[in-house]
Design a protein around this ligand. Structure first.
Ligand SMILES: Nc1nc2c(ncn2[C@@H]2O[C@H](COP(=O)(O)OP(=O)(O)OP(=O)(O)O)[C@@H](O)[C@H]2O)c(=O)[nH]1
Ligand SMILES: [Mg+2]
Length: 342
């Protein structure tokens, strides 16, 4: 090839790559100057193992029951009763199960293989079409993470921060759990592992003040997202619930709005955990759910009950204890995984 032409191609490539890198940096560091909404939906990270592997317990329990139904018998009364039982056992919920089974029945499938396909589509129809993006507006945008004790708030925050950093944005963690001993040390350990900054307060300090300080620090350092960890609390603890309202109000006043309030639910608590959605929504508006510990339960069908009965989108699911084990919830992949053994 003509050396001059080769030189021109190399220069053109260098310019294109340079412009791409600069534009990317500009987007990340344009705090406070852009009103354009950025949507942090980092592409699916590949944790170890497939989604179907991580959902093994649910998959085996639900799939095992369904397999018998779909492979053996005819579409008769026993088949419908078995289908209902299998869905309820997977914690799809009584009402959602009745709805799904009625819809499958209404298509009058002649063969079990048809019923399987309709079941797949009906489960997907309940979950599909919801907005699951993490909506991060101006910088620093604010994410507050709430939930009862031990559901996985702190761990999920670390995983979420890792995703945000991997997508090229910068996160800061606010340790507003000043209630539980050593909660800030736990968050600090995670922050060090992820490589993000953390702002914490004295034990017993006003959590709203810590959240405020964290937001101020993120703004001063031109970071993109501040994620605020909060103490686990039961809805019956009136003072703690009021305190949560205060954290959100203070952040709203300071930041203009809180971009996301994520409620963390532990999937292993099954239907019992669902009341938490209403309890927390009554105090702070919930924008999405992080459903943790799906790897440790045979009741993964809970996702269907959450979305049908409460209409709040599950934005992320926790499928393990590692840093990469928080993945965006994708309905099709999820339903495919649920029925993989059926
Ligand atoms: N298997 C599994 N374990 C998880 C998952 N998410 C969190 N955990 C574990 O759940 C336990 C509690 O997690 P934390 O993040 O401390 O929960 P928390 O909600 O912050 O707890 P408090 O601050 O005490 O209310 C830890 O042992 C985590 O490793 C998950 O998706 N799968
Ligand atoms: Mg915690």
């Amino acid at each position: 090839m003509d050396p001059v032409l080769l030189f021109a191609i190399v220069v053109a490539l260098a310019v294109v790559i340079g412009v791409f890198v600069l534009r990317r940096r500009g987007r990340v560091s344009a705090q406070g100057r852009t009103s354009e909404e950025t949507r942090a939906r980092p592409e699916t990270m590949s944790g170890a193992g497939s989604l179907a592997d991580r959902l093994e317990k649910t998959r085996r329990a639900l799939g095992g029951r369904l397999k018998g139904l779909f492979n053996l018998g005819p579409v008769d009364g026993e088949f419908w009763a078995g289908l209902e039982e299998a869905l309820i056992a997977a914690d799809v919920g009584v009402q959602a199960t009745a709805e799904v089974v009625n819809r499958v029945r209404a298509t009058d499938p002649g063969e079990t293989v048809e019923a399987r396909q309709v079941l797949h589509d009906e489960l997907l129809a309940i979950l599909d079409g919801k907005d699951r993006d993490l909506h991060l507006g101006r910088s620093p945008s604010v994410v507050v993470v709430v939930g009862v004790n031990g559901v996985g708030k702190t761990t999920s925050i670390a995983k979420l921060a890792a995703r945000i950093e991997a997508s090229g944005s910068k996160a800061l963690l606010g340790a507003a759990d000043t209630f539980r001993a050593a909660a800030d040390a736990q968050l600090k350990t995670w922050a060090d592992r992820v490589g993000v900054e953390i702002v914490s307060g004295q034990a017993g300090a006003d959590p709203a003040a810590v959240a405020f300080d964290a937001f101020q620090a993120a703004r001063a350092r031109h970071l993109d997202v501040v994620i605020v960890d909060t103490a686990g609390r039961l809805h019956s603890k009136h003072n703690l619930m009021q305190e949560l309202g205060k954290i959100v109000r203070v952040l709203e006043r300071e930041a203009g709005s809180v971009d996301e309030v994520l409620l963390v639910l532990d999937a292993t608590t099954g239907q019992n955990g669902l009341a938490q959605i209403k309890q927390f929504t009554d105090v702070v508006g919930i924008t999405g759910i992080v459903l943790t510990k799906l790897d440790g339960t045979a009741k993964g069908g809970i996702v269907v009950a959450i979305e049908r009965d409460y209409g709040v989108p599950v934005k992320f699911i926790g499928v393990g204890e590692g840093m990469e084990d928080l993945i965006p919830f994708e309905p099709r992949a999820f339903v495919d995984a649920l029925l993989a053994d059926a």
